[in-house]
Design a protein around this ligand. Sequence first.
Ligand code: CTP
Ligand code: CA
Length: 243
Amino acid sequence: EDAVTPSGALAGRTVLVTAGGTREAIDPVRYLGNRSSGKMGFAIAAAAADRGADVTFVTTMQPPADLAQRVRVVSVESALQMRDAVLAATPDVLVMAAAVADFRPDHVADAKIKKIHGDDSAPVITLVRNPDILAEAVRQRDAELQPTAPSTNVSSRVIVGFAAETGDADGDVLHHARAKLARKGCDVLVANEVGDGVTFGQDSSTAHLLRRGSDDVVTVGPAPKSHIAAALLDLVADLVPSQ
Ligand code: CTP
Ligand code: CA
């Protein structure tokens, strides 16, 4: 275990962390989901609390009891519910560690979908796009800033996005991460290397921390998610404008 007790680098700050994979309802008993364990989000929420922050944890996965005692837990299921919870808040730091489903069924059946007896047919589920919560949070933050600080470049809220990337014929993990950072407009992007059973549900992974406007990359790992969370929160604490 880490012997060093983190300082109160985020004392008096509000931090909102999202975690887990969203569940997109098909009918009252079924949903579309993904394999996110929520562990990275648990580690980040704990690291923020360790640094003295007032943490709101918007999650699809039940956090361990020791973490639940240290943060305000807001349980959600779908991307739309997560979006409402995120956009209703105005934290100093927003960390979007959740695996938000890109698509949801276009409508939720009121009753359980039943097989038709003596018929081999199957229903077709049509998907629609979910809102991009991270991109909306960036737009909301920038809209809040406009009237008060039109000429400054100071962010009132530090916004962190995540990406799980494999690298492909178009480029390596960092290439895709840089493109995503630019596209999303967030301040920091945590790019996790995935593939071959790494990261999902594991306690360790390799992450690259990228900052908007900087060519520097901090690579952490392979390391426990608690170490990656600590490196991220130390970086974030440096970016939060002093009070
Ligand atoms: N995210 C979000 N809302 C969505 C999808 C993603 O807020 N509807 C956030 C995630 O929480 C994460 C970041 O956006 O912090 C990147 O998610 P990712 O799935 O890697 O990015 P996408 O833009 O969805 O790109 P891709 O096509 O690679 O899935
Ligand atoms: Ca996605």
